[in-house]
Design a protein around this ligand. Structure first.
Ligand SMILES: Cc1cc2nc3c(=O)[nH]c(=O)nc-3n(C[C@H](O)[C@H](O)[C@H](O)COP(=O)(O)OP(=O)(O)OC[C@H]3O[C@@H](n4cnc5c(N)ncnc54)[C@H](O)[C@@H]3O)c2cc1C
Length: 226
């Protein structure tokens, strides 16, 4: 069959029997489980001059796709290490952080939060190599372990590769390397009450307004009560 007679993507509304191609999803990839897997994937892409795509969950719409590319899929790269005391790589031993957590590339936030809850600790999550929505998560990164385009595995932090550390926290997805793990500050758990109110302002409603005012008024008391 000629490629030209196929459509580009296999969509749900495609007519039955119509041959379709892979669209923007890379046709080749690896299920990376270790640093060595990622190094091998980076080398393979370089050797065969393939467009390299890194995907974890794929939740960040379409940023982990690449037509005819080669994918490194990190979703199964698991591992969470809690540090009571951490001296960043390359820092003097006198410099340390009390309470940090190292999270492998495929770990999802619900897994980290649940693990930290067991030890009465918390951290700030959010997309890390995209600058974070609201930036709080990325501001808590202490260091990244990254495979570079030459296959080298390095630690980037304030002491080592500080320019790379700066770039990785600013955005760009996998532009600067493939993160194998990220280490974050963590904090003692604090009790908080989350109150979410959605209001349609096109319908003025005095009773609703009064109840929202009351919720806001009592929220400090609710928080204090745990
Ligand atoms: C509806 C919606 C709500 C969202 N809400 C929030 C929010 O509240 N807070 C927030 O911070 N974000 C939010 N995001 C952004 C999104 O959640 C994050 O981008 C996503 O969780 C990142 O996870 P991921 O790495 O698995 O995503 P992916 O889509 O797999 O990857 C995202 C980017 O990171 C790159 N990447 C993935 N793994 C690696 C790696 N190991 N090394 C280097 N690069 C890598 C990919 O190439 C891609 O460019 C939201 C997105 C959507 C669609």
């Amino acid at each position: 069959m000629e490629i030209g007679s196929q459509i580009e993507g296999c969509y749900r509304n495609t007519s039955l029997g119509m041959p379709c191609r892979q669209g923007s999803v890379p046709p080749l990839g690896i299920d990376a489980r270790t640093v060595e897997d990622i190094q091998a994937g980076v080398k393979f892409a370089a050797d065969y001059n393939l467009r390299l795509v890194v995907k974890n969950t794929g939740h960040d719409l379409a940023r982990s796709t690449g037509r005819d590319g080669f994918m490194i899929w990190t979703h199964n790269m698991k591992g969470i290490v809690i540090h009571d005391k951490l001296t960043p790589a390359g820092a003097p031993v006198t410099e340390f952080h009390e309470q940090a957590v190292t999270v492998a590339a495929g770990v999802q936030w619900h897994e980290v939060y649940s693990k930290l809850d067991d030890v009465k600790r918390m951290m700030v999550g959010g997309v890390t190599n995209g600058g974070s929505v609201g930036a709080a998560g990325v501001d808590n990164v202490l260091e990244f372990a990254v495979v570079l385009s030459n296959g080298e595995h390095v630690t980037a932090n304030a002491q080592q590769h500080p320019d790379l550390f700066w770039a990785l926290r600013g955005g760009g997805g996998a532009t600067f390397g493939v993160a194998t793990s990220v280490t974050y500050r963590m904090y003692p758990t604090v009790v908080a009450v989350l109150l979410e109110v959605a209001v349609d302002p096109s319908y003025p409603n005095q009773a609703l307004k009064s109840s929202i005012e009351e919720c806001i008024r009592i929220s400090p008391t609710l928080t204090d009560m745990g």
